[in-house]
Design a protein around this ligand. Structure first.
Ligand SMILES: [Zn+2]
Length: 268
């Protein structure tokens, strides 16, 4: 649902609806449409109206309001507080949120952000899935982003908060050239904490969110089998792309015989 702008024209609404109808579940991105001073509830409500579907999950804003939060309140906490306090979970029944951490400068800050997200998730009885991020040098220099799914799972295991989870973004792991390395399938800790999946392709050191296609690496597709067998996230995956068309491409491709044959047993 990326690139959707709040206050979109009727034509854009129609287009959104047309694409939304092709998917069983939707994740709504907040950061593209939410502008300073706008009510996030209104934004979500407008998208629900347009698609006639309640979002399965809401992706919180990923760009920190660094300039707006010199007091040290990080963006993820800010967004979550605004959203939850505004009643998104209560009024709309949304139970799953995806969060990026802000830009922690050290491990203490990273832990602290995740702990606070967990406290808020507990308070509002929602699950917050912390996403493994793309480690592009120009973006992440000097910051300790949570990039490795296994590391995030380890932190989540240490914290033991059932309202937290891992959002595995396959493309980000590929960008870091560590999809397989970071997914230790024999490690129950990783398996236990995956509660959401963003399924997209990528190339090293870029973050293009490419569609799943015949060009996708076998490593990526083979890993998908594992993901769909993981009970914690119910086999749900989100095709997360820059264009709506790319999500449709991915969805169509995974239904082809070629794709199904790569993965014995198919997908759920
Ligand atoms: Zn993602």
């Amino acid at each position: 649902m990326k690139n959707w702008k709040f206050g979109a024209s009727a034509k854009e609404f129609e287009r959104l609806k047309e694409y939304a109808n092709q998917f069983e579940l939707l994740e709504i991105y907040l950061e593209q449409g939410l502008k300073k001073g706008q009510d996030p509830i209104e934004l979500i409500a407008a998208q629900i109206t347009a698609t006639r579907k309640k979002p399965y999950s809401v992706h919180l804003r990923y760009k920190p309001f660094l300039d707006e939060h010199k007091d040290g309140v990080d963006a993820a906490i800010y967004d979550l507080s605004v959203l939850c306090m505004s009643g998104l979970a209560a009024d709309w029944g949304i139970e799953l949120f995806v969060a990026h951490t802000s830009y922690p400068k050290n491990r203490y800050e990273l832990y602290n952000q995740i702990i606070r997200l967990g406290e808020a998730a507990h308070k509002y009885k929602v699950v917050i899935a912390i996403e493994n991020l793309c480690d592009r040098e120009n973006l992440t220099k000097g910051y300790m982003l949570p990039r490795n799914p296994r590391e995030i799972a380890k932190i989540l295991e240490e914290l033991g908060n059932p309202y937290l989870g891992l959002c595995l973004d396959t493309g980000h792991a590929i960008s870091n050239s560590e999809l397989t390395d970071s997914l230790d399938w024999d490690n129950d800790v990783v398996r236990k904490w995956i509660k959401h999946v963003h399924y997209n392709d990528n190339i090293p050191e870029k973050d293009l969110h490419l569609p799943i296609s015949e060009d996708a690496s076998r490593e990526l597709i083979a890993n998908f089998k594992y993901l769909t067998q993981n009970s914690k996230h119910k086999g749900v995956v989100i095709f997360e792309h820059r264009k709506l068309e790319e999500a449709v491409m991915g969805k169509n491709y995974v239904q082809t015989a070629e794709y199904q044959n790569i993965i014995p047993g198919g997908i759920k």
